[in-house]
Design a protein around this ligand. Structure first.
Ligand code: 9G3
Length: 573
């Protein structure tokens, strides 16, 4: 393709609100344009990347035995009422009405619609297993859309749903999808890791997230080098401490700690280590129940684990006004002793402690030599803290390491939550009616494109992995001499004739402008054709990732590129 024939409106400066590198670079390269908050147009270059990711996904989903279908964007409210999700989801579920005032939603996901199809069409265990997928636009009305394609309100998702006759079958379907996902992200040229994850609201018993590793990722994962263990930090189990303090219980004492609100301030004032202190955190459930959570001073609480314990979702730290309504001490001085009418739970690290520091429930006051059991009661000790680097691995005797990642895929073993709610049943071999055992599997297609940029860029622009690059080769005539233009035309014809995707910068622009745009757009290979080189019979072939240049006679460009591209299983869009 010729640059003059393509809409590639590159920009020198990104729009002010572009907050992450992928958003800035994709906007500057003319790949995407914002239409409204969290809503984008994909311009030709951006669309080419999406199509390639989609092609890889289709090939691997089909290979794994899944079949493609396409469900509508609009879903009738009645289906969502059957699972209770019409009322459960608030404003994130975008709703509308048709001319007859019937309620619909813009599908944020399609469990209800696919489960309805299943119950209407599937009768017998002989029709199972079944795995259907689609690649489609989803809508989620996020409060604060940001991060470009990473967290759009409208985005493209591949969603698959498997139906099996029993749990063992569902696990096989799950494993097939897991393997397909590994192949997909490998073929996209991404460095990723599959990690154990939380099922959250969707329910079910097992889930894994596929994380593209990037310092700019929003998610933290922990892993251990020795075993295959890797988990989202939200999910990672922390074993109870191996050694307990057996010191004799000392008498409780009140100490004056003026202005010491934070763990650090209290520790400085009392000259003790944070691990000798227990912080009391007040959380409120969506039903407005207040619960006190005790965590060792040097540890962080994990709300996912707390939600699981409370059977809630969306538990938050209690608001200041709620705390003051309980006529408690100011935040920073709250402690478990004398805290009445509230459930108190503690992380199991607290169980191993003796004679620790707690808030005194009074301004500028702490208590030392506090002991659970003697001074206050704890309803339950359990794993409530966030794992972190250096913690012992739950699967080997090595220690955990941390990394940052971007979630691009998520696989869930769902069980029968949706099939039971919607009576999606089949007749088994002995004629009994049974609920199908389901799995669901998502890939953020547009997010994968953004994650690829987060992982592969430098200060000049993007560095697309070969398989999902908008073009393989950026052809850059350095001058407009006849010799240069003729050679460019010949090389272009040879490469495109062999099936290569070439972007030919045929604009009447200075070489510097072309080079800047080429670095920004980030095709993996650049071909520079100039008069000086041609005088010596060569063109410059440059790799965008390493910057390495090889000088080649024009007729050797094709075999050179062919040997480079042969290393990849490229999508054919
Ligand atoms: C909603 C809204 C937001 C949502 C959901 C429903 C996330 C919702 C979880 C999933 C799970 C899987 C199929 C593909 C793989 C992931 N945000 N989830 O269910 F109504 Cl507003 O989407 N779905």
């Amino acid at each position: 393709m010729r640059t003059s024939q393509l809409l590639i409106p590159t920009l020198r400066h990104p729009p002010g609100e572009a907050d992450i590198i992928s958003h800035r670079l994709m906007t500057r390269a003319g790949m995407i344009r914002k239409v409204a908050a969290g809503i984008y147009t994909y311009l030709p270059l951006g669309l080419r990347v999406l199509k390639k990711i989609e092609c890889i996904i289709r090939q691997e989903m089909n290979r794994a035995g899944a079949q493609e279908l396409l469900m509508p964007i609009l879903a009738p409210a009645d289906l969502w009422r059957e699972t209770g999700r019409w009322d459960f989801y608030g404003k994130e579920l975008l709703r509308c009405q048709d001319r007859h005032a019937r309620d619909f939603c813009f599908g944020p996901t399609h469990e209800e619609v696919i489960t309805d199809l299943f119950r209407r069409e599937i009768r017998s265990y002989r029709q199972l297993p079944l795995n259907c997928y689609q690649i489609q636009t989803k809508f989620r009305d996020e409060i604060r859309p940001r991060f470009g394609l990473m967290r759009g309100r409208e985005f493209i998702m591949k969603d698959a749903y498997s139906f099996d006759a029993d749990e063992a079958g569902a696990r096989r379907s799950y494993q097939k999808m897991y393997t397909a996902y590994e192949r997909i992200f490998t073929r996209c040229g991404l460095t990723f890791r599959a990690v154990e994850a939380d099922n959250g609201l969707i329910g079910g018993s097992m889930s894994h997230e596929f994380m593209v590793l990037s310092e700019t990722g929003e998610e933290t994962i922990v892993y251990d080098e020795r075993s295959a263990y890797a988990a989202n930090v939200e999910q990672a189990a922390v074993p109870p401490p191996s050694d307990e303090d057996h010191a004799a219980l000392l008498p409780l004492e009140t100490v004056h700690t003026p202005g010491a609100h934070t763990v650090q301030e209290v520790c400085a004032s009392l000259r003790v280590a944070p691990a000798r202190l227990v912080k009391t955190l007040l959380y409120q459930t969506p039903a407005q129940e207040i619960i006190a959570v005790l965590i060792r001073g040097d540890h962080e609480a994990n709300t996912t684990k707390l939600n699981r314990f409370c059977g809630t979702e969306g538990i938050t730290l209690a608001q200041k006004d709620v705390v003051s309504n309980l006529s408690l001490a100011p935040v920073g001085f709250i402690g478990p002793i004398g805290l009445t009418g509230i459930r108190i739970v503690a992380d199991h690290a607290v169980k191993a402690m003796r004679n620790f520091v707690v808030g005194g429930n009074k301004t500028d006051t702490h208590l030392i030599h506090a002991n659970w059991g003697r001074d206050f009661a704890v309803e339950a000790f359990l794993d409530l803290r966030q794992a972190r680097a250096g913690d012992p691995s739950p699967k080997s005797d090595s220690r955990l390491q941390e990394a940052k990642g971007i979630e691009v895929g998520h696989v869930f073993l769902l069980g029968t939550k949706y099939s039971e709610a919607m009576q999606a049943t089949f007749l088994d071999a002995s004629g009994h009616e049974r609920a199908a055992v389901m799995g669901c599997y998502g890939i953020g297609v547009s997010r994968t494109a953004a994650a690829a940029v987060e992982q592969n860029h430098d200060d000049k622009g993007m560095r697309w992995p070969v398989p999902i690059a908008p073009f393989h080769i950026h052809l850059l005539p350095v001058t407009a001499s006849e010799n240069v233009l003729t050679t460019a035309g010949m090389v272009y014809d040879a490469l495109t004739g062999a099936g290569m995707e070439v972007l030919w910068d045929d604009r009447d622009e200075r070489a510097g402008v072309k080079f800047n745009d080429a670095d920004l757009i980030g095709a993996p290979f650049h071909l520079l054709i100039g008069d000086k080189g041609l005088a010596q019979g060569i063109v410059e072939f440059k790799r965008r990732d390493t910057g390495d240049v090889v000088n080649l006679p024009p007729n050797e460009v094709l075999p050179h590129v062919q040997s480079l591209l042969a290393a990849y299983d490229l999508p054919n869009v």
